[in-house]
Design a protein around this ligand. Structure first.
Ligand SMILES: [Zn+2]
Length: 544
């Protein structure tokens, strides 16, 4: 009898628990959830608790097993892990937002006009701008400061090129910084008849930085949070910040501590003594959603300003091979330092020579730790004979597909048809390493990930140029580019156990897209319908 009562009790309690279901914080159902696991599973529903995915599965399975106060009917929409921009610059973008925006200016006259308009409204006694691109101007030649210095005689003016690798400064700054000669290691002061033209390339820009006043911390923080909102509307829940100074660690920490910066932030440290001390003291560092365990090093400059280091001279400048910005010896030292302290090394490499030098340095890293995950940021122009080294030494390519479609207007002019074979070669790079980290390099390019998808899959810009796609055989599939912005981006930052897919136990960072996520020959803009970080809604389109 007692046996029977016990059995009955057991059955009853089992039944009531089924009816009630296990309590979770949130259920998303009637969805098309792309888990981004190895099997490429797609499910209808997901249960979330304490910021983590509890289970993904079929609609009935999840609704029968769990109950929650909040549940979202996703109306059959596509759900993906929150996107990661694996290479961007929040700080640079924040500074750009606070200064004059010169993107898309069609001439030097327009650049000056925008500066005048900005200055008339600004309370700052200086002008810093960014975003000009001489390839959009009538004669496409690099500018000088003659007109700029006439208009702004008594305040510092510094205008960065869109790639951040060149700046045009007025004579006021040239004199303040006592720039007289073209003697700069890893940089160049452009001269005309022995006089500086105000155009500074790469390391030559270092001489002026101390003469430009900084914006207040409050201004910078507000601008960063504004950018965060911009990212959320696209379903971006994480960024890899490509290079910060020591003082910025504090800035990001305080933003994270206040709970206002919600993005999963993977910040790369610039190579400085202060930052090395930080790495020695802390090792791989974690503070809530801020992760720091990598160094960003510049091997060379950019192709747009002819700072990219090439094996053979530029096709449109036979005297120049570009610039080596960090000596091979120093890069070796950084690699050694990173391996010793459990850090990753992410080196900016655009030209084929820069990439070859980096690959050789990483060869030694591979010998010491086959899972080093050292990255080459951009991996832009590769000598075809060097591709195999990406797989031989397990080098992680980090690419920004919109660079291909932005540069396609002039890339052949710079490096010639022959070298284009190994340029913006994302499919080839993917076949070597098996993964890509994909980003935008904002503010050099737009934060809009749908431009990235279009550039990677269709090899076209948002105006659908060029018609047949630029170097179209290097196109990625939609799934590949999405992996590059989710699970592979997580791998490229040692966070694959927590981020990048919607598997059980991982952070519930996800986006429900407004429209089906697909790639068409003609560009279609999409938006997040809702964006979630750690189970909390951070953006909803209909709440705008
Ligand atoms: Zn960058």
């Amino acid at each position: 009898m007692i046996k029977h009562i016990a059995l009955l009790f057991l059955i009853l309690s089992f039944l009531t628990s089924c009816m009630k279901g296990q309590k979770v914080d949130l259920i998303v159902h009637n969805a098309k959830i792309h888990v981004m696991d190895d099997a490429n599973s797609v499910y209808d529903a997901m249960a979330i608790s304490d910021g983590n995915v509890v289970e993904v599965g079929a609609e009935r399975q999840i609704l029968n097993k769990y109950r929650s106060e909040e549940d979202i009917d996703a109306l059959g929409k596509d759900v993906y892990p929150g996107l990661t921009d694996a290479h961007g610059h929040l700080l640079m973008y924040a500074n750009q937002k606070l200064g004059v925006d010169l993107t898309g200016a069609k001439s030097m006259e327009e650049v000056i006009y925008r500066c005048e308009k900005y200055y008339a409204k600004s309370s700052n006694k200086f002008i810093v701008g960014g975003g000009w691109d001489q390839s959009l101007w009538p004669n496409e030649s690099m500018p000088n400061n003659l007109e700029l210095s006439k208009v702004f005689k008594n305040i510092p003016v510094c205008l960065y090129r869109i790639d951040g690798h060149a700046a045009l400064v007025n004579d006021f700054l040239v004199k303040k910084a006592k720039i007289t000669s073209n003697n700069v290691d890893g940089g160049e002061v452009k001269m005309e008849k022995g006089i500086p033209t105000g155009l500074l390339i790469d390391h030559a820009m270092n001489s002026i930085s101390s003469f430009i006043p900084a914006y207040s911390q409050k201004q910078v923080k507000e601008a960063i949070l504004e950018i965060q909102e911009e990212l959320f509307q696209y379903g971006i829940t994480g960024t890899h910040e490509a290079g910060i100074e020591n003082k910025h660690i504090k800035l990001f920490k305080s933003l994270v501590a206040s709970g206002k910066l919600k993005l999963e932030l993977y910040a790369m440290l610039l190579n400085s003594a202060d930052n090395r001390s930080f790495a020695v003291k802390n090792g791989p560092y974690r503070y809530r959603n801020l992760s720091i365990r990598s160094f960003k090093v510049f091997a060379d400059g950019s192709l747009g300003s002819r700072g990219a280091l090439l094996k053979k001279p530029y096709t449109d400048d036979h005297h120049s091979h570009g610039l080596l910005l960090t000596s091979v010896n120093e890069m070796r030292n950084v690699a050694h330092f990173c391996l010793k302290n459990g850090y990753q090394m992410n080196t900016h490499g655009i030209g084929d020579s820069a990439n070859a030098l980096i690959l050789d340095i990483y060869k030694n890293a591979f010998k010491r730790n086959p899972d080093h995950r050292f990255r080459i940021e951009h991996s832009q122009v590769i000598d075809p004979s060097d591709f195999a080294k990406f797989s031989d030494y397990a080098v992680f390519p980090s690419v920004q597909p919109t660079h291909a479609t932005s540069d396609q207007r002039w890339a052949e002019k710079r490096i010639g048809r022959e070298r284009l074979v190994g340029a913006y070669a994302y499919k080839t790079l993917l076949s070597q390493y098996g993964m890509l980290a994909i980003g935008t390099d904002f503010p050099v390019e737009s934060t809009n990930p749908f431009f990235t998808i279009h550039a990677a899959v269709q090899r076209k810009n948002q105006s659908n140029e060029p018609l047949k796609g630029f170097l179209a055989k290097e196109a990625l599939s939609l799934e590949e580019v999405l992996r590059g912005m989710t699970i592979w981006a997580a791998f490229s930052s040692f966070q694959e156990r927590e981020l990048g897919s919607l598997e059980k136990g991982k952070k519930a960072n996800f986006v429900i897209f407004s429209k089906p996520l697909e790639s068409n020959p003609s560009f279609v803009q999409n938006y997040a319908w809702m964006t979630f970080i750690r189970g909390k809604k951070v953006f909803a389109l209909d709440e705008l």
